[in-house]
Design a protein around this ligand. Structure first.
Ligand SMILES: NC(=O)c1ccc[n+]([C@@H]2O[C@H](COP(=O)([O-])OP(=O)(O)OC[C@H]3O[C@@H](n4cnc5c(N)ncnc54)[C@H](OP(=O)(O)O)[C@@H]3O)[C@@H](O)[C@H]2O)c1
Length: 188
């Protein structure tokens, strides 16, 4: 059984809460020039498996992201398939496709999603959104892929160590010559 299946099998869900899903390097670097500086297909699959899996096939999960993260998605993954995509922007004129929800704040997104047929809520970045989401009272888990290498980055995961405690870690993973570990933290 893989790390994710094992962790999810034991976990008790907290209704009304959202989880964070992020990958960062050894210096908490997240991206450079609005793109990921690493290529890790199995890590992308982990992200997809986590954010697509639902407890009831009639439901979908929501992925909530900042406007800049939305704009960093490759065109073919815009919106991320199989999930309700929610883009946070304070610009009421920012255009999104009809099947994508634009919200002016995280709280507005959480309010709107409570009336939708959504299963789990994931906040998937970027750093600007995370700064607020991490200390939000409805934040539950942080799924963090920790890459054991330093990359040239210009966007960084805000400090999370004081807000979260480690729940579970995978075995070391390795692909394309890069080592990393899947970790799950919970809000203190
Ligand atoms: N390594 C990873 O796991 C990972 C994950 C996600 C993203 N990333 C990277 O992170 C970078 C983007 O991060 P970022 O910090 O620059 O930008 P971001 O958080 O993706 O987007 C920032 C924008 O989102 C909107 N926003 C943020 N907080 C909001 C709030 N509380 N309420 C309403 N709107 C809000 C604002 O849009 P307006 O200006 O339109 O108002 C703001 O300018 C990209 O390069 C992406 O590749 C990496």
């Amino acid at each position: 059984m893989n790390f994710l299946d094992e962790f999810e099998g034991k976990r008790k869900r907290k209704a009304g809460f959202f989880d964070l899903v992020i990958a960062c390097d050894s210096q908490r670097g997240m991206s450079k020039n609005n793109a990921l500086p690493w290529r890790l297909p199995a890590e992308v699959k982990y992200f997809r498996d986590l954010t697509v899996s639902v407890s009831d096939p009639a439901l979908k999960n929501a992925v909530i992201m900042g406007r800049k993260t939305w704009q960093s998605l490759p065109l073919k993954f815009m919106p991320l398939p199989g999930r309700l995509n929610v883009v946070l922007s304070r610009d009421s004129g920012f255009p999104v496709p009809l099947d994508v929800l634009r919200c002016a704040s995280l709280d507005q997104a959480l309010d709107q999603l409570s009336s939708e047929t959504v299963d789990r809520l994931f906040v998937i970045g970027g750093a600007d959104v995370l700064r607020h989401a991490m200390s939000h009272q409805r934040c539950s888990l942080l799924y963090l892929t920790e890459i054991k290498q330093r990359f040239d980055c210009d966007t960084f995961l805000p400090e999370y160590e004081k807000l979260f405690r480690l729940l579970s870690s995978s075995e070391p993973q390795s692909e394309t010559g890069i080592e990393y570990i899947f970790k799950v933290y919970e809000r203190r």
